[in-house]
Write a protein that binds this ligand. Sequence first.
Ligand SMILES: *Cc1c(COP(=O)(O)O)cnc(C)c1O
Length: 354
Amino acid sequence: MAAPSVLEAMSRPLLGHLDPAFVGMMEEIKEMLREVFQTKNRMTFPVSGTGSAGMEFCFVNLIEPGDEVVVGINGVFGGRMAEVAARCGAKVTRVEAEWGRIIEPAQIAVALEGRKPKLVAVIHAETSTGALTPIPEISRLAHEAGALMLVDTVTSLGGCPVELDAWGIDAVYSGTQKCLSAPPGLAPVSLSDRALEVATHRTHKVQSWYLDVNLLASYWGAERVYHHTAPVSMNYALHEALRLVLEEGLEARFARHERNHQLLKDGLASLGLEIASQPGHQLWQLNSVTVPEGVDEAAVRAKLLQNFGIEIGAGLGPLKGKVWRIGLMGESSTPDNVEIVLNALGQTLSEAAG
Ligand SMILES: *Cc1c(COP(=O)(O)O)cnc(C)c1O
């Protein structure tokens, strides 16, 4: 769900992608992204493409064939990171947790014993399961082992705290369509100076011309050299979306997500339903709910869409048929939406029970 003013921003007249007015806007986007990521990293900008392009950007720039990578896998997106790393020629060590649970620092510590990987990568907010893996301790372990720390913040950014510098994150990517509430199409990324050093001092050229930070830096940096045509309207959208995030204030925005999660959780409890992900590590912006015994979960989702115009997600992978996933991201995290989904779900379940 996008904010009305974000959609309005997209309908503004197109500027040339090297137009001084557009260039000024690019500078503001970079500055606002640094605030939202809570970082001083110079190399902070939006990659053209969705969140997955941000994932590829991080791996293709940091990994060379034969490099060792440790990847935390506790859902769909950790699996995708392992796949992307392997395609870059990395030797991947998989650290797996049951879907719905977090990646524990102790698991990473075991994986790092006797190894000196180049990179440790985890998903902060696993959208496929609703679990939020704490980063600081894992990041400390990664650095102790001499590795860079890479974190996926596609669903966390703008919905719960993400503190790049305080947590020592070296490489990060996000997306525009989750808690930033813009359409899909850009992937905000940021590299620490340490990560940038690795990306700019490689033995082999980055295998992707489009995502090579060495080339992108000349367009998003001071030189403004044409690389590819920036998706102008999407940058208008991101600019406005970031402005809204900062206008609300990060703390206020996180508190709103937490409040509405709690409201949903309380309401679900009174319907006899509970959150499926690990207690103490449940995402505010994506709530996975255990499907009660004997309920046809697909039929419930179909009725919610048909009768109420509400779309909730299905369980994926091992959670298929076992959970529903209710998003309360950015603009859509409101008490009204919580009430609407609770009423619709309550009515649908009681009808199903006959
Ligand atoms: C949505 C998502 C992605 C992928 O983003 P796309 O925009 O679909 O390419 C990656 N990681 C997480 C955690 C996500 O939620």
